[in-house]
Design a protein around this ligand. Structure first.
Ligand code: NOJ
Length: 734
């Protein structure tokens, strides 16, 4: 349809029909399902269902086709439904969780993952995914760090844009779905790391640190945006006119459709800014929220609000038009079924090519934190290795957002090792439960079967196995349901049962490698004391097992870099490398700096910093050279280093560039990531790695809230993680 035809359609629609386009309901309403949780009893009628323009959580080619057909036949204007779902790290073929994808420092790989997800989801009738989540995160207690790509705005922006390109490509083409950027804005900074809690951010921090990654996704053309649950400056986002109209639309240039988060319009009531759902609907539509996800507010109250003159019908028209435009962008008026086809599903879902892509991404997302005495790689056929722990033969490796996957499709570490290695050298034992018996887990999306394990027997069996082995690989970690939505944690250590396993095994065999499965940085103080090697596997997805088996035996070398620091302890949170200097900076000398900004009883810095990650080989990096010391506006400086593989196997290094603005009109971060390059080098090989520094990379929100650069001195750091001291200085000319 062209714009004129859309306008004509809008003109023919009744007020109820237009409001219907602004309502999204869960698909299970169509199956006579019941509503639970915060959505409560929505009190919707059959007529509301008939007019609601969108469904979420409906999947499957046959199901979506049938629903679409039935819906369109009953709709007065035969307007198609739009199906939206949470396709976060894959659909049926599951990739590593987004935090792990961040650790690849490889936007092309992340784009490829999103494109695989789009192809599979599109074949199953999905039109929009609620991804990417571009929320900046600094507090590992927050369960949703798993769904973010980490603590750095620049990296997050690259990854969010890559996901948008991967999902959407050209939306008129086959195998694409629209992206929905979330959660606008600042959802990643809840007080105390508690999901849904308040957010306190200064305007400058919001603009400087939190908005850029959303902006990158908007610039990449993301079709939709979702509001966040939190307040900003005490105004819930879903009612925040300034945020949605002045910032999102006017300043950031977003002109697509804006949807609330699940039930968030209705939640304006418990937030205490609306007395009832009617007022909530009024606030949200005035703020520019086009679609109400699941709350009854729009469906039940917008019509009366317009009739009473409280809401201008123009607002309804604007929002309805945006929803029609989105449907049109997806080509739904011409082909309401898009790619939904049973044969396509059969051919694409979990196909070999997709599994390979997921495995490749997993291999590149693993982060090697420690590797002493050549614990890794393991030597095939030459040493007896006991693989012990509750994650050795565990199929729940996809993270809590893989809601459309089937755990049975996941290849476990044991499955993969049995295929790859000779039986005589490897043995397996569970050793402990995943979770303590009294551990808390709130069921979310998928329930995990109750663990039935004779704990004492499992432990003694594991100890015996460890005693007889040359090396032990302990596959430990947190329960899948401990990260993700509504899964904040107050402690980041291993469950007691797994800690006990580690303690007991360490008494009989010190050649321990810990492979850690998690959706967030954890407190590894004790683990690092007892293990000679630590490999972070995150929740690696469907092909996590083969990816790990290959990595552990050196068929590929780990190359991931932490996209979020592992704290020394939970008490350090929130934590981020790009902090401000403070008036009393602390550089690490605990005795000398009595009055530095630090703790008296524990370290100031994380256990493993942002950007950190080892390989099976080692790299050296030459001092930084600059081709000039003064940067003029419109010109560029080239900064170069030579990186050499100084070890014994091929490896990939991510060379990182950080810049510090030494004196600014407002305090500037001690350093900020401004670029990175990946180089793969054979033993002994070296390569020059160059970065171009231009004036626009030095801009920030100055004392007058203008986005400018300020002349003066800058420090530039190039190295293998965010603590590098490999430094050069230059001046930006006035
Ligand atoms: C709530 C979550 O916050 C959001 O990220 C998700 O997309 C919606 N639920 C829909 O499931």
């Amino acid at each position: 349809m062209n714009q004129q035809q859309l306008k004509e359609l809008l003109a023919q629609m009744s007020l109820e029909e237009k409001i219907g386009q602004l309502v999204q309901l869960p698909g299970y309403f169509q199956n006579g399902g019941t509503i639970t949780g915060p959505a409560g009893d929505l009190g919707l009628t059959q007529e509301d269902l008939r007019l609601a323009g969108s469904y979420l959580s409906v999947i499957g080619a046959e199901k979506t086709r049938a629903l679409q057909e039935e819906y369109m036949a009953a709709h007065p204007h035969h307007i198609p439904l739009i199906f939206m779902d949470d396709i976060i790290n894959g659909y049926r073929t599951v990739f590593p969780v987004p935090l792990a994808q961040g650790c690849t420092f490889n936007p092309d790989l992340v784009q490829q993952g999103a494109s695989v997800a789009a192809k599979e989801a599109a074949a199953s009738g999905v039109h929009v995914t609620f991804s990417p989540m571009a929320d900046l995160v600094r507090d590992a207690r927050w369960g949703r760090v798993m769904e973010s790509t980490g603590e750095d705005a620049y990296l997050n922006g690259l990854m969010a844009a890559a996901m948008v390109r991967g999902y959407q490509g050209d939306l008129k083409k086959k195998g694409t779905i629209a992206g929905c950027l979330k959660h606008f804005a600042g959802y990643g900074a809840p007080e105390g790391g508690r999901d849904y809690a308040n957010v306190e951010l200064s305007l400058r921090t919001l603009k400087e640190d939190y908005l850029p990654a959303y902006k990158a996704a908007i610039d990449a053309g993301v079709a939709m945006v979702m509001t966040s649950f939190n307040t900003l400056d005490r105004v819930p986002s879903t009612a925040n006119k300034w945020l949605m109209r002045d910032i999102l639309r006017d300043e950031m240039g977003f002109d697509g459709a804006l949807i609330s988060d699940w039930g968030a319009v209705g939640e304006l009531v418990p937030h205490g800014v609306a007395a009832d759902f009617a007022q909530a609907a009024q606030l949200a539509i005035e703020a520019g929220v086009d679609m109400d996800m699941v709350s009854p507010s729009y469906a039940k109250h917008l019509k009366t609000l317009v009739e009473e003159g409280k809401v201008d019908e123009k607002l309804i028209d604007e929002s309805c038009m945006r929803m029609l435009e989105l449907k049109n962008k997806l080509g739904l008026f011409e082909n309401p079924f898009r790619d939904a086809a049973k044969e396509e599903e059969d051919a694409l879902l979990l196909c070999e090519e997709h599994r390979k892509a997921a495995q490749d991404c997993a291999e590149k997302s693993f982060v090697l934190l420690k590797n002493e005495e050549n614990m890794l790689p393991l030597r095939s056929g030459q040493e007896k290795v006991a693989f012990i722990g509750p994650f050795v033969n565990n199929k729940f490796l996809c993270g809590s957002w893989a809601i459309f996957s089937d755990d049975q499709d996941t290849v476990t570490l044991k499955d993969a090792l049995e295929k790859q290695e000779s039986d005589s050298c490897i043995s397996f034992a569970a050793g402990s439960r995943v979770m303590d018996r009294d551990g808390v887990v709130q069921g979310f999306q998928k329930q995990i079967p109750e663990e039935t394990l004779d704990e004492e027997f499992a432990l003694s069996q594991a100890i015996e196995m460890a005693r007889g082995a040359d090396k032990v690989v302990l596959a430990l970690g947190e329960h899948r349901e401990f990260s993700g939505e509504a899964s904040s944690r107050g402690s980041l250590t291993l469950p007691r049962c797994q800690q006990r396993l580690l303690d007991e095994v360490a008494k009989v065999n010190q050649n321990i490698t810990v492979v850690l499965f998690c959706g967030r940085p954890m407190d590894l103080r004790d683990v690092q004391n007892k293990a000679k090697a630590i490999l972070v596997a995150w929740f690696p997805g469907t092909e996590g097992g083969p990816a790990l088996a290959r990595t552990l035996y050196g068929h590929c070398a780990p190359q991931g870099k932490l996209s979020m620091a592992f704290p020394w302890s939970v008490s350090q949170l929130p934590l981020h490398y790009n902090q401000l200097s403070t008036g009393r900076p602390f550089h690490g000398d605990y005795k000398a700096a009595r009055f530095g900004s630090k703790y008296q009883d524990m370290p100031r810095f994380p256990l493993y910093p942002f950007g950190f990650g080892l390989s099976y080989t080692t790299f050296s990096c030459s001092p930084v050279t600059l081709n000039k010391a003064v940067l003029k506006k419109g010109d560029a400086i080239t900064a170069a280093v030579t990186v050499k593989n100084t070890g014994h196997c091929t490896g990939t290094e991510t060379v990182q560039l950080y810049i510090r603005d030494v004196v600014g009109s407002v305090a500037r971060p001690v350093r900020e990531l401004k670029g990175f390059r990946q180089v793969t080098l054979r033993p002994g090989e070296e390569k020059e790695v160059c970065f171009e520094i231009t004036e626009d990379m030095l801009r920030f929100w100055d004392i007058h809230m203008n986005y400018v650069s300020e002349p003066g001195e800058f420090h530039l750091f190039i190295g293998s993680d965010s603590t590098t001291e490999n430094k050069a200085a230059f001046t930006l000319e006035a």
